[in-house]
Design a protein around this ligand. Structure first.
Ligand SMILES: [Zn+2]
Length: 143
């Protein structure tokens, strides 16, 4: 029996995001055809700035989704007020944090496309409206 899905969601592990991500993945057409999930602190932060070993490990998870489950689209989701970023940076504003994260997301996209040139990569940044995750705005980042 083969089991396949169309998409891979790479998200931050932050528990505050759980209910809004659940709502989003049910409502958004981005996830049609089902999706795998890689849930890791800071989402693609480690792929952008981690050691070679960490990157290999990260890409191993992507490989299972793309090679085994035949995912065709990868949705990278980062969010404001991220603890993994707060451990590495001291941002002076939410805008500065967002800029750094978007830079990392774009770097991660390049690394993924080098290995999997046929997949579509979509970057989404979530603004946590209340700091607790009761309301998150999901913004697709234009390249
Ligand atoms: Zn986070």
């Amino acid at each position: 029996m083969t089991h396949t899905c169309k998409n891979l969601l790479i998200r931050c592990m932050d528990f505050r995001l759980n209910s809004e991500i659940e709502r989003w993945t049910k409502e958004s057409e981005l996830f049609e055809g089902g999706f795998d999930v890689v849930s890791i602190a800071g989402a693609c932060k480690n792929l952008a700035d981690g050691s070679e070993e960490i990157k290999e490990n990260f890409l191993g998870n992507v490989a299972v989704s793309v090679d085994l489950h035949q995912a065709e689209k990868i949705i990278i989701f980062h969010h404001s007020d991220c603890g993994a970023y707060a451990q590495s940076y001291q941002f002076s504003s939410a805008e500065e944090e967002k800029e750094q994260q978007i830079e990392d997301m774009k770097k991660a996209k390049e690394i993924i496309l080098e290995k999997y040139p046929k997949v579509e990569v979509i970057l989404v940044f979530g603004i946590m409206e209340d700091g607790e995750g009761r309301e998150v705005d999901f913004d697709i980042i234009k390249n």
